[in-house]
Write a protein that binds this ligand. Structure first.
Ligand SMILES: [Zn+2]
Length: 477
């Protein structure tokens, strides 16, 4: 509203619309193939781009059209400056025809295309037809197009785009080269936002950008629109709080705090957090799906042993994942994720989302702190490995190992939660599994024979007896 409006404001999604394949974020599998096709000169007659809205289907179609007709390409990238590039970018090229099938889906609407196909391009190499939301075309419109699609003149190319690939007829799909565009990953969107803020001189908190990216749910266009909106409201400085307010999202740190409470089995903290989110008007369904995402990340992080490829997370999030991964092992995290997945199904039908979330998280937190059979087995194996393999009679050498299982093992309920020291036993138990015990290598991988031996082992049975015996028979299965 103030003085900085001397030049007309251009909306960010428009201003930062990618102009080259290189600029396109999160669709490398598509841009690489298209560039290869252009490089080798093997461009298909028709392409079909499928994917949710706002992830770049139209943008890619135009870049591709520019690349085909550019008079001064840089490699295979369009120059963006020649007459053809400029006209296409503005949607004014007479050789590139765009049709929005959402509003023009009848035979009459495609007839001009069929007629235009007969004439060579006026001022370019190719005549290109871009048909958006092509699934909306009526069957008779498709039929009219089919002949042209089967045998187009050498100077004609088609690009179809749609949000609903399933609704496109098989006969059409089979005549196109098909690309499924992906939702753009949150950290990739955040990265792009950071770049744009730098260009625009906007001071935005890192977590503010993350919040905008989370809110956009994989759509770059939505993310840029939201950033635009926030700049209009807040000016050149944007905090996480501002961004969270727009989407009703929970802050990153609060979300991670809640996940931590689940892992530690802290029911009171869980209830406090959920209460606070609910009274602050946060979107509880989003909270549920973001928690799910967090635990998925945690599981991936742990499974890949700390590798971050395939992880949808910013560097800040990765730091938290590393800390939380130490809290318990993957089988426990899996049980939590399992509970959350079951909750997602119920979310649609439930009346009180808050109650469902509370109950699920408390149940999950209990499961997160109960030792699994695998963990007990590992403990037992570790004990065996720790014992010097010598005469069975001596009492003294066994002593150092013995107190460990004996003292902490409580003689109560079967599902006795391995109490709060959940963090403590895990690191103790893990080493033998990861690094083979030097003196007894057979304690790592058990053949069926070894398993049988182990199940008949008197010491093991004594130890497992503490847990009311049921587990031994479980294991025999
Ligand atoms: Zn050009």
């Amino acid at each position: 509203m103030e003085g900085n409006e001397q030049t007309a404001h251009v909306a960010l999604p428009l201003k930062y619309r990618p102009m080259t394949f290189e600029d396109v974020v999160g669709q490398e599998h598509v841009t690489r193939t298209l560039r290869n096709a252009l490089e080798s000169g093997r461009v298909a007659n028709a392409y079909l781009f499928i994917g949710p809205r706002g992830i770049g289907k139209t943008t890619l179609s135009r870049i591709f059209a520019k690349a085909l007709n550019c008079t001064n390409p840089k490699g295979v990238e369009p120059c963006g400056e020649c007459e053809n590039c400029v006209q296409i970018a503005a949607g004014r090229s007479i050789d590139v025809v765009e049709l929005d099938a959402a509003s023009h889906n009848k035979v009459e609407d495609v007839r001009p295309i069929i007629e235009a196909v007969q004439f060579k391009p006026a001022s370019s190499k190719y005549k290109i037809f871009i048909i958006d939301e092509c699934h909306m075309l009526t069957a008779s419109a498709w039929n009219a197009l089919l002949k042209t699609l089967e045998e187009p003149p050498p100077y004609v190319r088609f690009v179809f785009a749609t949000t609903e690939g399933d609704k496109v007829l098989d006969t059409i799909v089979s005549r196109c080269q098909r690309f499924d565009l992906r939702r753009i990953q949150t950290h990739q969107i955040a990265e792009r936002l950071r770049y744009i803020c730098g260009k625009e001189g906007i001071d935005a908190e890192e977590d503010a950008l993350l919040a905008i990216a989370r809110g956009a749910e994989g759509g770059m266009r939505d993310a840029l629109s939201s950033l635009d909106q926030l700049i209009a409201f807040k000016g050149m400085k944007i905090t996480e709080e501002d961004a969270l307010g727009v989407f009703g999202l929970v802050s990153r740190s609060a979300l991670e705090g809640l996940a931590g409470a689940v892992l530690k089995g802290d029911a009171a903290a869980i209830l406090r957090a959920v209460e606070a989110f609910d009274s602050a008007g946060k979107n509880m369904r989003r909270l549920a799906s973001e928690l799910m995402q967090h635990f998925r990340n945690l599981l991936v992080y742990q499974t890949l042993g700390g590798a971050t490829t395939g992880l949808e997370a910013t560097p800040e999030q990765v730091k938290t994942l590393a800390e939380q991964a130490k809290l318990c092992d993957s089988s426990r995290i899996f049980r939590v994720a399992d509970q959350l997945a079951a909750m997602e199904d119920k979310l649609r039908h439930v009346l009180s989302v808050r109650t469902l979330i509370e109950m699920t998280l408390i149940r999950a937190s209990r499961l997160a702190t109960v030792a699994s059979i695998e963990e007990l087995m590992r403990a037992v194996r570790a004990l065996r490995a720790a014992q010097p393999a010598v005469p069975p009679t001596p009492v003294a050498p066994v002593a150092p190992a013995a107190p460990r299982p004996a003292s902490p093992a409580p003689a109560h309920a079967v599902m006795a939660p391995a109490p709060s020291p959940a963090a403590a036993p895990a690191p103790q138990l893990r080493p033998p599994a990861a690094a083979p015990a030097p003196d007894q290598p057979q304690s790592r991988d058990l053949t069926p024979e070894e398993q049988r031996q182990m199940l008949d082992d008197r010491r093991l049975n004594d130890f497992m007896g503490i847990f009311k015996g049921a587990k031994i028979t479980d294991m025999k299965k």
